[in-house]
Each structure stands twice: as C-alpha cells, then as structure tokens.
Design a protein around this ligand. Structure first.
Ligand code: PAF
Length: 280
C-alpha cells in the first residue's frame, strides 16, 4: 500500500518507525509526470533499499520561465497509481508552503559545475535544483538517492553539493532509458507532434556518430560541427549546445584522455530536448 504524505511531521514519523526497525531508506526525487525512466529509478531504489520514498514536487525555484512552470504537467493521481503498482512505500507530495515556508531565505549555489551548458542557458536553474534537493535530503534523510544520468549536469551538481555539504547520502546514478529508436525518455517527449517525434532520434544518432569519431581520433571540433549540421538538417530548429566536456567538472575538452561526455540541448517543434552520452 502506497501512502501519499504531504506534511513533514507525518513523513518524519514514518521514517522514524522504519529506522526503529532497522530499515534502510531510498529516495527518488521527481517533479511528477512520471514515465518508465522514473519507474526504473524507483525499481533501482527498491532493489537497493528496504523502504522507498518517491517525492513529487514541481519546484518553482528551478524554473527560469514562469510560463514553463505554469505549463508543467501535473498528473499526481496517475503518478501515484504507477508508483503503487511497483510497491513504492511512500509518495511525498508536499505543497509549496511546506518546502518554502514564509521567511524561507536560503539558496544553495554550487559554483563551477553549475556554470556551463544548462547553467548558461537557464540562469538560476541549478540554484533551484541544489536548494530543493538539499531540502528533500533534509526532509527524507535517505541512505541512498537515485538520479537519472539523462540529466548528467544535474547529477554532477548534486554530487558536488552532497560532497561539499557532507550530506550523508549515497548518490546512485541510473542509466538513461531510451525508446527503441534511441530517443531518451523525457516528460517533454509527450509535447512533440507525431512528425517531430519521428525526427527526434537524429539527436542521439548524431551524438553517437560524433562520440565514435572522437574516440577514433577525429578532432573534436570537426566531429561536433558535423553532428550539429546533422541535427539541424534532421529538422531541429536550433542547438543551445553540443559540446564535449570533462565528465565530472563539465569543463569543455578537446580530447578524451580523461573521461569525457558529449552533452547536447536542442530545439525541435518548440520543445527543448537534452541528451548526453559517454565519449571516448
Ligand atoms: O530532475 C528532476 O526531476 C528535478 O530537477 C529534481 C531533481 C526532482 C529537483 O526538483
């Protein structure tokens, strides 16, 4: 039976009972609109922990566009049913005032890794993410927290923040789930028209080709240029970035001597898609 809790005393009471019985706790932070990718995180949490909490909170502080926040899909009933079907113990779905009560005045800012890529295109986004994730860790006090590699930079920011603030939680990265044609699962895919959905996999295809080219010794600049051209020729209207970066610091790199990652954000049919893959 999956309980939906909305306030902190009920959540803390539940966790205290679990702890008294020696149970370990895993958390999967989400903003709802759940798809198979989220479910795979919850299943990984169930496999690794005695009790699992999935949080559903559409965090206003990480949206730099108020319209995006208003339009963000809210599907709590369907989400809760999905989570119940896989035996998640608790859904924590607090209202905004539980997370940000009157007088709330603290922001967690992770410099360095928050700066490039998404940081450039969505100013303030990672402050919102780091702040809410620090709060969700404080509220749920988990042993392990599960995040998708689809949001690679977010994962890097959360890892940095957790290490820097000595938060006693193990961050568990989970593989990106893809449709058979390669498109990474995302709540945003539902906004694509059928025509745009058919074009979308060109992003992953072009990135894969570029990663292989770089691994094979082609200069990164040429491989990235070819990938960008392929994405635009394939129907995308604009590319925010398609870059080769150090996998941990997210600094741009031109070779794969250290573990590198190819990351991209690009626009298709008015929808901004992001993806990333290992390179080299
Ligand atoms: O990845 C998300 O869904 C959100 O950024 C997160 C981690 C739940 C914080 O609001």
């Amino acid at each position: 039976m999956t309980d939906i809790l909305r306030d902190l005393p009920s959540l803390r009471g539940r966790i205290a009972r679990w702890r008294a019985n020696g149970k370990t706790v895993g958390v999967v932070p989400t903003m709802g609109a759940l798809h198979q990718g989220h479910l795979s995180l919850a299943l990984a949490a169930k496999a690794a922990c005695d009790r699992v909490i999935v949080t559903i909170f559409v965090n206003p502080t990480q949206f730099n566009n108020p319209d995006d926040l208003k339009k963000y899909p809210r599907t709590e009933e369907a989400d809760a049913a999905l989570l119940a079907s896989i035996g998640v113990d608790v859904v924590f779905a607090p209202p905004v005032e539980v997370v940000y009560p009157p007088g709330f005045a603290t922001t967690v800012s992770v410099s360095g890794v928050s700066g490039p890529l998404e940081g450039t295109h969505r100013p303030g986004h990672f402050e919102g993410v780091a702040t809410v994730v620090a709060k969700l860790f404080g509220m749920t006090t988990p042993d392990k927290a599960f995040f998708g590699q689809k949001d690679w930079q977010q994962l890097a920011v959360i890892r940095r923040m957790t290490a820097d603030l000595n938060i006693p939680v193990q961050i568990v990265p989970c593989e990106t789930l893809r449709d058979p044609d390669g498109l990474a699962l995302s709540s945003r895919n539902a906004r694509l028209s059928p025509e745009a959905r058919a074009k979308a996999p060109v992003l992953y295809r072009a990135m894969t080709r570029a990663a292989r080219a770089v691994a094979g010794g082609e200069p990164a600049a040429a491989a990235l240029k070819a990938a960008s051209a392929e994405v635009l020729a394939g129907g995308f209207s604009a590319i925010d970035y398609l870059d080769l970066c150090d996998a941990d610091t997210l600094e741009p790199v031109s070779d794969t001597r250290r573990p590198a990652r190819l990351l991209a954000a690009a626009w298709l049919d008015g929808v901004r898609l992001i993806d990333n893959i290992p390179a080299g």
